[in-house]
Unconditional design. Structure first.
Length: 130
């Protein structure tokens, strides 16, 4: 089967990462050409799903409402470039929580595959270089 789905990390792949974390929509800045990459994926009929660790929730630094506003800015920018975000999955936990979904554990990807009926063999993941 051909690849149908790209799982894409957020910070450092879609937007500039920051040592201070991305705590507001104002602090979210696209990396060059990343919204256009989503348009190319759409043109090639590839689903694009964002898979991201957001421990800022578990640490109590940011509310889910603020995280939603940050995601909204991301989705809006991608759609304005002609792209589409098929879904967003995030881990809200801290490393100390030892959850099953914090990358590099596969929990978020497995959840996305279950939710959307994706065979993991038909997907690839693009992570930030860390
Ligand atoms: Zn988690």
């Amino acid at each position: 089967m051909p690849i149908t789905t790209l799982f894409i990390d957020r910070d450092g792949v879609i937007n500039q990462d920051s040592p201070d974390y991305i705590k507001t929509a104002e602090a979210f800045h696209f990396l060059p050409r990343s919204p256009e990459a989503f348009a190319l994926m759409k043109a090639h009929r590839l689903s694009g799903m964002v898979i991201t660790n957001q421990s800022i929730i578990g640490r109590g630094w940011v509310t889910e409402e603020t995280l939603t506003a940050i995601f909204k800015k991301m989705v809006t920018g991608i759609e304005e470039a002609g792209g589409h975000v098929d879904d967003i999955f995030f881990c809200p936990h801290t490393p100390d929580d030892d959850c099953a979904c914090r990358k590099p554990k596969p929990g978020l990807i497995m959840e996305a595959c279950r939710t959307h009926g994706i065979d993991p063999a038909d997907s690839v993941m693009r992570s930030a270089m860390v």
